[in-house]
Write a protein that binds this ligand. Structure first.
Ligand SMILES: C[S@@+](CC[C@H](N)C(=O)[O-])C[C@H]1O[C@@H](n2cnc3c(N)ncnc32)[C@H](O)[C@@H]1O
Length: 227
């Protein structure tokens, strides 16, 4: 894995054609992104929403039509990604934090909803465990933490078949093989996915008990967890 500082630079570059690349390189990307709003309790009206690793805003953009008056806080290490969000959400109550998760101040009991789309796999195992605890304490009682990600560790015995299937998907969209080579380079340097079962353990250790899995196809998973 490369130094954490490089993540911001990598995503500054990635931001140029981000959504199109994600759709064609990440199986089920749009299903996972749309899961964030499909599975909320009927009477759920979040006043404060935190988006961790907002990227170009694809997850927040799901919530805006349902909750246009909510207060959003968007956190991302990449300045270019934050700039894209600023252009997109200028008519809404959005606060931006161009920082790493470890430097972000999680206000205790403040948020109704904390979301993270494909961002937590960039954290080390220790950082992710610590983050789950901070997220738990930053949520109000009854608040929701939801996130989607690839949930298999690189040492899992099923990992080679995941790579084979994933490569087949990317190569069907980019037949010259160059994109898959780039994906694998990025994956080697910046991605630290973790097994689904281990994440469950860490969530429980953080204090969460009500953990749902509304979308799961192989290791591409969306979790919704209520405090
Ligand atoms: C794959 S993108 C996901 C963007 C968006 N949430 C989505 O679902 O499409 C991951 C984002 O997380 C940000 N990121 C990764 N690790 C981070 C960290 N430790 N602190 C802050 N931002 C981070 C990256 O800069 C990038 O914009």
């Amino acid at each position: 894995m490369k130094n954490e500082k490089d993540i911001a630079l990598e995503f500054n570059e990635f931001s140029k054609n981000y959504t199109e690349d994600m759709i064609r390189c990440v199986p089920h990307y749009m299903d996972l992104v749309s899961s964030f709003t499909k599975n909320l309790p009927e009477d759920f009206k979040p006043e404060h929403i935190l988006d961790l690793g907002c990227g170009n805003g694809n997850i927040t953009a799901q919530f805006i039509p349902y909750f246009p008056d909510s207060n959003y806080t968007l956190v991302d290490a990449s300045k270019e990604m934050i700039d894209l969000c600023q252009k997109q959400f200028q008519d809404y109550n959005v606060k931006y934090c161009n920082t790493y998760f470890k430097d972000f101040h999680f206000e205790e009991g403040h948020y109704d909803l904390i979301v993270a789309g494909f961002s937590l796999h960039h954290c080390s195992n220790n950082e992710r465990q610590a983050l789950f605890k901070k997220i738990y304490s930053a949520l109000k009682k009854g608040g929701i933490f939801s996130y989607c990600d690839l949930m298999i560790s690189k040492t899992n015995s099923d990992h080679p078949s995941l790579l084979k299937e994933w490569g087949g998907y990317v190569n069907s969209n980019f037949p010259d093989g160059e994109k898959w080579a780039w994906v694998m380079e990025h994956y080697k340097d910046y991605d630290n996915p973790t097994d689904y079962s281990l994440q469950f353990e860490w969530l429980k250790l953080a204090g969460f008990t009500n953990i749902q899995t509304p979308f799961k196809d192989g290791y591409w998973i969306y979790l919704q967890i209520q405090k």
